[in-house]
Design a protein around this ligand. Structure first.
Ligand SMILES: [Zn+2]
Ligand SMILES: [Zn+2]
Length: 243
């Protein structure tokens, strides 16, 4: 399976990442990728850029070399209601909105069950993707959340970076992927690159998916057309246009 779009990449605008937009795009081109999404952290987390970063993303060319650039954000889920740290007037201009839990800015980290945070954030019409939900420290009801994600035409991320960061995530990600397969929920496989060399590197995530014989038709970022066709009905209703 070839995955030609990486919808989760950080630049130096998130200060714990180390590459520029140009470096990410050049690396993506070298690897023959079609598109990348620039998804720096939203504003609550300490390493995040200022809100103006997201207002000004349109400054970045739509194409660098042969690689299309999608404008995005990795928003922080803040509580069990699923509130996020990015206003609608900015969200509506973005191509890709990931919502993730990051424990330093998540108020309900001590809870036993995080289902309501994910169910709540899925109700935000601008959220496209639930980011790296595989942490075994933040359990949720897979059946309930994935069923709702499918109904609302959203995507579940299988995050290659999580496989490297925490080995304990792998088994949990496998369970989530198996449930997505069973329920027919669309996923995206992303690098969550924090340096250009990691763009388009999905090795261990792809290996896990092949071990469970995950159907390629549910992997929505294999090509840009496929991703856009998947997002289009919801984006068109929201914004009148699709990226
Ligand atoms: Zn994250
Ligand atoms: Zn990230």
């Amino acid at each position: 399976m070839n995955i030609l779009v990486d919808t989760h990449c950080h630049t130096i605008a998130s200060t714990h990442a180390y590459s520029t937009v140009k470096e990410l795009a050049e690396e993506a081109e070298k690897k023959g990728m079609e598109a990348i999404a620039i998804t720096d952290h939203a504003v609550e987390i300490p390493d995040a850029p200022h809100m103006w970063h997201f207002e000004n993303l349109k400054t970045i060319p739509r194409k660098i070399g042969n690689v299309k650039i999608l404008y995005g954000v990795e928003a922080n889920i803040l509580d069990l209601d699923g509130a996020i740290d990015m206003p609608d007037y900015i969200l509506k201009r973005l191509d890709i909105v990931i919502a993730s839990i990051h424990t330093p800015v998540y108020r309900d980290v001590g809870s036993d069950d995080h289902t309501s945070a994910y169910l709540g954030v899925l109700d935000n019409p601008y959220v496209d993707i639930l980011g790296h939900t595989g942490s075994p420290n933040l359990m949720y009801d897979h059946e309930a959340v994935l069923t709702k994600a499918k109904r609302l035409h959203k995507l579940i991320e299988i995050n290659a970076h999580s496989f490297i960061a925490r080995k304990s995530n792998i088994e949990n990600c496998r369970k989530i992927a198996l449930k997505c397969k069973e329920l027919g929920v669309g996923i995206v496989v992303n690098s969550d690159a924090h340096i250009c060399f990691d763009v388009g590197e999905f090795g261990s995530a792809k290996q896990m998916l092949s071990e469970i014989d995950f159907p390629e038709e549910l992997v929505m970022n294999t090509t840009l057309d496929k991703l856009q066709n998947y997002l289009k009905p919801r984006k068109t209703i929201l914004n009148g246009v699709c990226p």
